[in-house]
Design a protein around this ligand. Structure first.
Ligand SMILES: Cc1ncc(COP(=O)(O)O)c(C=O)c1O
Length: 349
């Protein structure tokens, strides 16, 4: 909120000149903060309006002539697979590792699908319908052993679960500021490993990806030397301001402490839900759980609406009610949510 007000003030005071004097600085700040959170260098970071746009650019930069398959998990968020499903007519094959229980995929399954024709393994760190945290380092090792790259969709992980791109040996990472970075919609953040940047030549681009952006050369195109070569057009500056505020809070508390706190709340919620006899789609091991608690119920969207009437915000996915406590929630609030759900379910009988 404060960030958006600050944006309005700069716009009012500086007009279009705010671009050079101030707004570019805000963009540099968000890259710096994100780089610190994931253990990267700011030159390895780019911004995009959303994850889908960022993925389209990266997907357009990969050479599929020698390696024509891309490996994904059938529990990944659909926008990830869409990038390569639409490339079928270019000869790209999507291979899916399948979850038997809709909670997780054993990392070893990737081994059976990845081969020397795999261009990329693209998967999430945290599954959006079970909260399961994948062992990215294991999957990265499988990808690299076969000469493939690994791309991680970390939309459901960044901010709530610690991550270091070097330790996990990640080549590409995409995430958004809407969820656990508390920055709202309109901004995605991209990491590209330094050594890969010079060989990436996306076929969709824009003037923000040009080396000499402000020279306005109409007849020539040269990519920027850093990860921002995947950027396209004018970014949504208000979203950058909002996200800078969100990332400040995350950095002040630290992702490690957020993780500790949310794990405590999540484990309590799961235990309480199970006491009521509800089926919870949750990983068995507490260290594989994130702050996404999925309760299997009929017509979850109706329960979400009834909870809004009680000032409780949850969400639904087909057949599932999603409860996502964050660090500012409490054990007492967990009990209030569980009691409210029990009452709503009882009133439907
Ligand atoms: C895992 C994951 N990836 C991506 C997205 C969103 O993608 P986009 O920024 O393109 O809307 C979501 C949205 O909830 C998500 O859960």
């Amino acid at each position: 909120m404060q960030g958006i007000a600050q944006f309005m003030e700069t716009w009012n005071e500086w007009g279009a000149h705010a671009w050079y004097e101030i707004w570019m600085g805000e963009i540099a700040k968000i890259k710096q903060k994100f780089a610190t959170i994931i253990g990267a260098d700011p030159d390895e970071v780019a911004i995009a309006p959303n994850v889908s746009t960022a993925l389209s650019s990266i997907a357009s930069a990969i050479d599929y002539s020698q390696r024509n398959n891309v490996v994904l998990a059938d529990m990944d968020f659909p926008t990830l697979a869409y990038q390569w499903l639409v490339k079928k007519r270019l000869g790209v094959e999507c291979r899916f590792v399948e979850s038997a229980d809709r909670v997780y995929v054993p990392p070893e399954l990737f081994e059976s699908v990845v081969d020397d024709r795999t261009a990329l393994v693209a998967t999430s760190r945290v599954f959006f319908t079970s909260g399961y945290i994948q062992d990215i380092r294991k999957i990265a090792d499988i990808a690299h052993k076969n000469g493939s790259y690994i791309l991680v969709d970390d939309y459901q992980g960044t901010g709530q679960i610690p991550l270091n791109v070097d330790a996990m040996d990640i080549d590409f990472l995409v995430t958004g500021t809407l969820k656990w970075l508390m920055g709202g919609p309109g901004l995605a953040l991209v990491y590209i490993r330094e050594g890969l940047i010079p060989q990436l030549h996306p076929t969709i681009t824009g003037w923000f990806g040009h080396r000499d952006q402000l020279q306005f050369k109409t007849r020539e195109f040269e990519f920027r030397a850093d990860a921002a070569r995947v950027e396209m057009g004018t970014p949504a500056v208000p979203a950058v301001y909002a996200a800078n505020g969100g990332l400040d809070i995350v950095q002040e508390i630290s992702v490690e402490q957020i993780c500790e706190r949310t794990r405590y709340l999540t484990n309590d919620l799961i235990a309480q839900a199970r006491e009521h006899g509800w089926t919870v789609r949750a990983p068995v091991e507490p260290e594989q759980r994130s702050s996404i608690v999925m309760v299997q119920i009929e017509h979850p969207e109706e329960v979400v609406k009834a909870l809004v009437d009680r000032n409780i915000i949850t969400d639904s996915r087909p057949g599932l009610l999603r409860i996502s406590p964050y660090f500012y929630n409490t054990i007492e609030e967990n009990a209030i949510v569980i009691d409210a759900i029990a009452e709503i379910l009882a009133s439907r009988k």
